[in-house]
Ligand binder design. Structure first.
Ligand SMILES: [Zn+2]
Length: 294
């Protein structure tokens, strides 16, 4: 499943090519994805200009002229391909390693823009979603209103996280995946951030929080989360063409993993002789080094 850095990479890619463009024609090849498309989605989008593309957690908010927001979520396997006029192959994301895009059975939405280019939304597993809402009411949308803070926002500090964790008996790994605690981190980056901060995923949240002031460990964790997400986004910018696997699933920035999916291998931390262990927490795999993560 794409996590925050992947979605942010998609947002930046879309912005670069489509900021200020007008949606001329929107072809819907089915009635919906995970949920049905809103009534008259195609005609309601047509003729509008893209004014900006924002991200909230793992949702993309494509803001259009006339105060309309096109809300999308990539689900498990959704992705956008960008094709310039007359082009049959994706210029971005190297979709299916250069196979024709826009005609496949998983290409569900094709948007034609005023410069002749197209945006194709492809989603083999159809866990993605799209909705339309008033831009002024974005924060009240049923899928957005309960979301916690953005990890990359300046306002998300050690003090904020500590206040959230205080009194929580759940393990820190579980807390990091709770979208009310902080949004968009996901399984992979939660493992990586805990490794960098040398915190065991089994640590009880409240013991990390500190009574009044945030502990040094919470400070390290917040820094690690921000750094790891920022690095993944940066690496996404330079490796966009490797971003997708042959089977059309979204890939991850795998070269950058220190701990994720490395069970049984040696810890990459200098001076540590531990081995990476895999455990299951809340039905998800956790990878960590029991020797240097406490
Ligand atoms: Zn270690």
């Amino acid at each position: 499943m794409p996590e925050l850095p992947e979605v942010e990479t998609v947002r930046r890619g879309l912005m670069e090519h489509f900021d200020g463009r007008t949606l001329v024609k929107v072809e819907l090849r089915r009635d919906g994805l995970r949920f049905p498309f809103p009534e008259g989605m195609g005609p309601r989008l047509e003729g509008r200009k893209i004014t900006s593309i924002e991200r909230r957690a793992k949702y993309l908010l494509i803001r259009l002229s006339g105060g309309l927001t096109w809300l999308t979520h990539l689900g498990m396997s959704g992705h956008f391909s960008l094709l310039s006029a007359g082009e049959e192959r994706a210029s971005l994301h190297a979709y299916s390693l250069g196979l024709p895009v826009g005609k496949g059975r998983h290409d569900h939405v094709v948007v034609h823009l005023d410069d002749g280019s197209r945006v194709v939304y492809t989603d083999p597993r159809r866990f993605g979603m799209m909705d339309l809402l008033d831009t002024s009411a974005e924060q009240e949308h049923r899928l957005l209103r309960h979301l916690g803070p953005e990890p990359l926002a300046e306002e998300w500090t050690a003090a904020v996280l500590a206040a959230t964790l205080r009194g929580k008996r759940v393990k820190i790994k579980t807390a990091l995946l709770d979208q009310k605690v902080v949004v968009g981190i996901g399984n992979i980056y939660a493992c990586e951030a805990l490794f960098r901060a040398r915190i065991s995923p089994l640590c009880i949240s409240s013991t990390l929080a500190g009574k009044r002031r945030p502990t040094k460990r919470v400070e390290l964790l917040v820094t690690a989360v921000k750094e790891i997400l920022a690095e993944a986004i940066e690496s996404g910018g330079s490796t966009l063409n490797d971003f997708q696997a042959v089977d059309g699933e979204l890939g991850y920035f795998t070269h950058f993993f220190q701990v994720y999916d490395r069970a049984g291998q040696e810890c990459k931390r200098d001076s540590c002789t531990g081995k990476i262990t895999r455990i299951v927490q809340g039905g998800r795999s956790t990878f960590y080094c029991p020797r240097c993560q406490r």
